[in-house]
Ligand binder design. Sequence first.
Ligand code: SF4
Ligand code: SF4
Length: 363
Amino acid sequence: MKYRENRRTGDKISEIGMGTAYIVEAERSEAVKTVRYAYECGINYFDLAAGDGSAFGIFGEALSDVRDEVMYQIHFGADYSKGTYGWTLDLDTVKRSIEKQMKDLKTSYINYGFIHCQDESRDWERYQRNGILRYLLDMKDQGVVKHIGASSHTPSVIQEILDTDIVDMLMFSVNPAYDYNHGEYAYGGVDERADVYKRCEKLGVGISVMKPFSGGQLLSDKASPFGKALTIYQCIRYALDKPGILTVLPGAQNVDEIEFLLKYYELSEEELDYSIIGTFAPPEANGKCVYCNHCEPCPTGIDIGAVNKFYDLSCIGDDMAKAHYLSLEKNASDCIGCGHCNSRCPFSVDQMSRMQEIRKYFD
Ligand code: SF4
Ligand code: SF4
């Protein structure tokens, strides 16, 4: 397992985390065994926006003795009073739900207390007006909630929430289908979505990824907008390549599925290469580097994806990006203009020209 640090909190978070989709479908003892096995494999970050209230008891049974070694995202606005998931903006319902979730989880604290699923501005206004945000912030003042998070599918609402500067972690739906305007939650244009990743990286706000496979759409030749199925590993790699991303949160319902997910770390670069998506990129995505490194190898050894990522971040005012760029073993100054990258890029990026532009910018 590899870990990425949330710069605002210092937490070291496993690149592959775990969501609760599917776990509630398993028989209880199998579910407990699976969660425990995930922990034993190094997964330390768990999202608890569960589809069913039984999930909390499963995690409580599996992890309460190692509670301080794992992190939970808990959602202020998810209601389980009827057993299954419901979304609420009612303060008393939120309070009752959080108390019950913590009791079932056998925990006295919450690592990341999430402003839950704000997809529209008017909901975000009501969330504040109804006192739920105040309740969450009070829990933080009392030390019960360690850090604040927010989940949303909508870039414009995310920007509003980021403006408050109270959030240390975001949960966002990240996959190549949504990023290229396909699928149920493909909210926001190509640039709006890219701006969320870049702003989070700049602010040090980590992103945890929900719906990394677009609800399974990307894993089927028939349903995928790219006309060809991607593997779960290509989808995980796609998300982890984006600025700001700390962890991807797939679901699993047995030990075999956890083992299957963790094969990610055994695969070659070719097996993780998702550049097929470039052939179906919408016009507004063409010419924009997605940091995939499909154009490698560069004969002078430049990490082309990293150079481009730090350049883009520096352009939006990320103070640390220049230092990161300068710490690379090779950078745009080493480009010899051979054109190999241009001929390989499936996103029509004129990388030769871009290297010159980047060199001038950092000179
Ligand atoms: S230039 Fe193209 S192939 Fe190379 S990293 Fe950027 S998007 Fe990927
Ligand atoms: S043009 Fe520059 S960046 Fe591209 S492959 Fe050649 S040397 Fe590397």
